[in-house]
Unconditional design. Structure first.
Length: 181
C-alpha cells in the first residue's frame, strides 16, 4: 500500500473509529504483556540473619502500631455516634416523662423535707414519708418520691472535736420532692 492509498484510507470517516479501536486494542495488549512479565519475576529474597530479623521485627511493630491507630480512630468514631444516639434518647425520654406528668389530672410536684423511717433491714423506708409530704401539701392520696436527700447527723461534740464522723453519728434520708395526686 503506497502513501496515497494510506492517506485515502485514513481520511475516510468510517475508518477512523476502526483505527481508534485498533490503537486501544494495542494498548490493552501491551499492558497485559507487561503485567504478565511482572508476575513471572521472582520476589526478592528476604534478608537472613540478625539484620533480617531486626527488619522483620521493625515491619511487624509498624504494622501493629498502624492497626492500633486505625482501631482507636474507629472506636472514637463509634463513640461519638453512640453518644449522639444516647443524647437523642435522653431528650426523647425527658419529653415523654414531661408529657406523662402533664397528662396526669391534678398531679403536682411538691417540695418539702420529710424524714424517712428506718426499715427493719436498716434501709430507709421513704414510702410513708412521701405520703406524709403529699398530705401536708393538701393532697389526699399518696404519691411518688422524685428526689431524696441524705445527711450525716452527729452530736455536737463530734463536730467540736474537728471530726466529721464518729461515735453516735448516723445517716438520715429525707424526701425533698414528690409527685402528688
Amino acid at each position: 500500500m503506497d502513501s496515497r492509498a494510506l492517506t485515502r484510507f485514513l481520511n475516510r470517516r468510517a475508518s477512523r473509529p476502526a483505527l481508534g479501536a485498533l490503537l486501544a486494542g494495542a494498548l490493552v495488549l501491551s499492558a497485559g504483556l507487561a503485567a504478565a512479565q511482572d508476575a513471572t519475576k521472582p520476589a526478592p529474597p528476604e534478608p537472613q540473619g540478625f539484620f533480617g530479623t531486626i527488619g522483620r521485627w521493625w515491619n511487624q511493630a509498624a504494622d501493629n502500631f498502624n492497626a492500633g491507630i486505625t482501631g482507636t480512630r474507629d472506636k472514637f468514631k463509634n463513640l461519638s455516634q453512640e453518644a449522639g444516639v444516647a443524647a437523642r434518647a435522653t431528650v426523647d425520654n425527658a419529653k415523654s416523662a414531661a408529657d406523662a406528668v402533664a397528662r396526669l389530672p391534678g398531679a403536682r410536684i411538691v417540695r418539702g423535707h420529710e424524714k424517712c423511717k428506718i426499715a427493719p433491714n436498716g434501709a430507709p423506708d421513704c414510702v410513708a414519708a412521701t405520703v406524709a409530704l403529699c398530705k401536708s401539701k393538701g393532697f389526699e392520696n399518696g404519691g411518688s418520691s422524685l428526689d431524696m436527700t441524705t445527711a450525716d447527723v452527729c452530736p455536737a461534740q463530734v463536730y467540736l472535736s474537728g471530726r466529721s464522723a464518729g461515735e453516735g453519728c448516723h445517716t438520715e434520708t429525707f424526701v425533698s420532692r414528690a409527685l402528688c395526686q
